[in-house]
Design a protein around this ligand. Sequence first.
Ligand code: ZN
Length: 303
Amino acid sequence: MNRSITFLEVGPRDGLQNEKALVSTADKLELIRRSIDAGASRIEVTSFVNPKRVPQMADAEDVCAGLPKVDGVSYIGLVLNAKGAERAIATGTLHELGAVCVATDSFAIANQGQTSDESVDAAKAIIAMAQAAGLKGQVTIGASFGCPFEGEVSEDRVVAMAVALAQANPIEVGLADTIGVADPAHVSRLVRRVVEAIAPVPVRVHFHNTRGTGIANVWAAVEAGASVVDAALGGLGGCPFAPGAAGNVSSEDVVYMLGRAGVATGMDLGKMIETNRWLADVMGRKLPGMVAQAPAFPKSVQE
Ligand code: ZN
């Protein structure tokens, strides 16, 4: 089991993409600036998708133009196809392209208009485009633990996809529970299998807390060898193409749990809680994350 993980903040993209009220570019950049200040070294800053389908991401180029240059901080743009990859590369401010493929045909077609196999080929092509442009390429397998349309997803299928994707030399392969149906036993089994199948390529995990199992799933994944963990500040999030999908695991809750359990994240919990309060003001409502609503413990960490 890893005694430290890389924390990856996805709030500016996955946290906000499903919010109806448009968040200003300035507020997105402030969220990014605050995440860096709290210690984040990798941040998913936006996605390059059709603005008619995901209006919240229509300012992708403006966000990229405003990114502060900070040594040791890697900015990620999510892309679903070659056109998105070209837009992301053209900004000149991103360090990584994140590709997405999906474990089932029904969800792959709803999310990105491709079959599951086509989504693997497209992701490999995006990784190659990133590498040719001098950027890093990585990939996430959506619906790894369950599909909103087809139900159970075969573990063999996900392992086979991860092996195929690893051949493109991504910096890591991510497993996403897009609709928040995973349980820790399933996570433990599948992460262990994928870690073994694609070593030394690292495994990243991405959980949504739709049914309250998100934080337990993070623990199971880290125990099983995942070395990168996605989370969104405040626990915001959802997916426009997955019915009923709810928020990501909250960054503060993940950092609190791992820190208490002796797994280093490099993050400053006190600053994250301050950012939670700032973001709640921006959104005009209390956010789902729990740690920011609880009294500080131990007191010194959060003062
Ligand atoms: Zn997500």
